[in-house]
Ligand binder design. Structure first.
Ligand SMILES: C[S@@+](CC[C@H](N)C(=O)[O-])C[C@H]1O[C@@H](n2cnc3c(N)ncnc32)[C@H](O)[C@@H]1O
Length: 433
């Protein structure tokens, strides 16, 4: 039987994520019509965000660890602790509801255990607090140890700032469709609908809502006046130095946020090709283009297998927004903390290098390739570009002069920021000689 109890559903989702199955977005999309969807979303996002801390607290309260096959019970306990720690639900209600979720997990033996652990958490809160205060940074800031260790070496001056910002709820940032309206005009029309927004600080098309809300309620969304997109991503069209008549390739394009922004920024391109390896995700680009009334050539192909898709005509501009660890967008996707493993980095780096090398052949002499990732790890950023530059005679790094981010070897790094509200993002602009 399919569970209907919100806490049971959340425990199953969390347990699936721990096994590396799916993502929060894909799991939650199946429950969008549930009347308790907002609570389910809150519990799932919060339990992922604070997972490593809650897991440590749980270990203090369990006499012995649970068996691997009882990962759902472990996750239900984590969800219980999350509610007691972070939510304004009355403690007795949170405990009762969590215990009653056991019915739908079909493990009646766990009822007493869940009840006892959650009640013990209330009673022993001082002991738990003391132990957390003495624990490792990765526990206190609730991150996988491997990410903290890497950032401690690579971003030592910004370590606590990155971890703190990763644990914030993300701001909702909009992109004004400047073909139709300016950001300040959109800000005004939002204000008239009692929606407060501030203008972007690093991208000229961006606006950040003071309070996130559903897109359907945003005036102008259905008419294509605005889209939802993080501020860092909105820097892409300017960096690409778009001009009329250029042929542009967005090589890893789905769901098409940057493709649409490219088309909004320059209306007279000779062609814009949007490609993605996933035909399923390509449908998302189609939907976004349709809403904004734009046209692009859509290709479903492996960008690194140029023989399978390239017609031999060069591109003036290529955007390679490469698949990556997504360690720069943890606050938007806290499930990254559970899903990503250190061992993923070498295969990600391998495909980033291979995409860069293959796509270089498709760039015209004098053309620009913008390599971007939403990663904060140098293995996927500077290391990929530096290795490529070393092995490619006709490639040169064009510095990015900007008042945002941090200049690093062959690129510019933005870190997840509380001030500008932007995500962690890496940019490297390469010119073909
Ligand atoms: C970071 S996301 C792109 C986000 C997109 N640029 C945007 O702004 O909406 C990376 C995308 O690369 C695609 N991808 C991964 N490997 C690929 C490959 N070898 N060729 C083409 N696309 C690939 C994935 O399916 C995913 O949609």
């Amino acid at each position: 039987m399919i569970p209907t109890n919100i806490r049971a559903i959340a425990a199953i989702i969390l347990s699936d994520l721990l096994k590396g199955n799916g993502s929060l977005t894909t799991h939650l999309s199946k429950h969008k019509t549930s009347k308790d969807y907002a609570l389910l979303q809150e519990i799932c996002f919060g339990s992922c965000r604070w997972f490593h801390l809650l897991e440590f607290e749980l270990s203090l309260l369990l006499k012995r660890p649970l068996k691997k096959k009882d990962s759902d019970i472990r996750c239900l306990l984590i969800i219980g602790l999350y509610q007691l720690r972070e939510l304004s639900i009355a403690d007795y209600a949170a405990i009762n509801e969590t215990v009653s979720a056991i019915g739908e997990l079909h493990k009646p033996w766990a009822k007493g255990l869940v009840n006892a652990v959650l009640r013990n958490y209330q009673r022993q809160s001082e002991m738990v607090k003391d132990c957390v205060a003495k624990a490792d940074l990765s526990v206190r800031m609730s991150h996988p140890k491997w990410i903290v260790d890497k950032l401690a070496t690579q971003q030592s001056n910004h370590l606590e700032e990155i971890l703190t910002n990763n644990n914030q709820r993300p701001p909702m940032t909009l992109r004004a469709n400047t073909r139709k309206s300016s950001p300040s005009e959109i800000q005004k029309s939002l204000e008239e609908a009692d929606i407060q927004a501030t203008l972007g600080q690093i991208a000229k098309t961006a606006l950040t809502l003071t309070k996130p809300m559903s897109v359907e309620k945003l005036p102008g969304f259905n008419e294509g006046l605005l889209s939802v997109q993080d501020e860092a991503s909105q820097l892409v069209p300017d960096l690409l130095q778009l001009k009329p008549g250029l042929r542009v390739l967005d090589a890893c394009a789905a769901p098409g946020g940057k493709t649409c922004h490219i088309l909004e920024s320059e209306r007279s391109l000779s062609e814009c090709v949007a490609m993605d390896i996933s035909s399923e995700r390509l449908k998302k680009i189609k939907e976004n283009l349709f809403r904004l009334h734009f046209k692009a050539t859509l290709l479903s192909a492996d960008a690194s297998d140029t023989d399978s898709w390239w017609d031999g005509n060069g591109f003036d501009r290529i955007l390679l927004d490469a698949p990556c660890s997504a360690t720069g967008v943890i606050r938007r996707h806290p499930d990254i903390k559970l899903l990503r493993k250190e061992s993923d980095l070498s295969s990600l780096q391998h495909s980033q290098k291979s995409l860069l090398e293959s796509l270089w052949a498709c760039l015209k002499p004098g053309g620009l390739l913008l390599y971007t990732t939403c990663s904060v790890l140098k293995e996927e950023n500077q290391d990929v570009v530096s290795a490529f530059l070393e092995s490619t005679d006709n490639a040169k790094y064009e510095g990015i002069a900007a008042d945002w981010g941090v200049e690093c070897d062959n690129g510019r790094q933005l870190l997840p920021s509380a001030n500008t509200g932007s995500d962690g993002f890496f940019f490297s602009l390469l010119v073909k000689r």
